[in-house]
Design a protein around this ligand. Sequence first.
Ligand code: KIV
Length: 289
Amino acid sequence: MSTTFQLDTSTSRANPTPAPMKRMTVPMIRARKQDGVTAEPIVMLTAYTARQAQLLDAHCDLLLVGDSLGQVIYGLPSTIPVTLEMMANHGAAVVRGSYHSVVIVDMPFGSYEQSPQQAFESAANLLKQSGAAGVKLEGGAAMAETVAFLTQRGIPVIGHVGLTPQAVNVLGGYMARGRSDAEAEMILGDARALDEAGAFAIVVEGVVEPIAIAATRAVACPTIGIGASAQCDGQVLVTDDMLGMFDRVPRFVKKYGDMAEQISDLAARYAAEVRERRFPGPEQTYQPK
Ligand code: KIV
């Protein structure tokens, strides 16, 4: 699978070839945080398709092929049913559509928890099939051995602590974490364990702000917050959430637009023109020469 940005100029959907830009690397992301300080916050968004990647790429440091695609793209009730095949296919599309950001693919539920060996096999296949630079997996101290196993064998890993959506059946929902002392201690311990195991960054999701700040101070690698704190070393959002594709979004999402309404309005205009035989017009119709 090629990792270079390619456009098929023979199709009607070709876009202009973008100005050549060198792809960022995992060490460049890790080096953003030096001695506990991140001068330039890390920008990450989710991407699931080549076109989405093309549009987001120049603005981001990292593109995450999140297993949130289960809900966002496939209409599934949670991330639990997402498969390695889905992640590999969408990962390859995002790599094809990007040429600047580091592309990271989520390891889906059931593909890594059993043993470090299982995780290596799954992650290696994901990287081979997609061309992505690394993987993200959920879980803290319990996953530290796996994170060390992967990183020592050439697979960069982003950890994910706090609200971990793949554990929805254990957590009982998607509520913010870290409100009790015990939970707060656990989240801090998880972040430390992943950092020591070699994670090059850690997503901190859905935790009360003081814990997000404490975790950011406690680890050497960058933290990337989502529903956490502006004091994290970077931020991530699900792109479709911030574009306003959904009516209901978690409280921590800021909607930067209302794409759902725009798409619906445009579809309504198209439907009306078809029904009134105003589309296609002369400009969209071929005539004999
Ligand atoms: O799957 C996903 O999109 C994620 C982000 C929310 C961090 O894990």
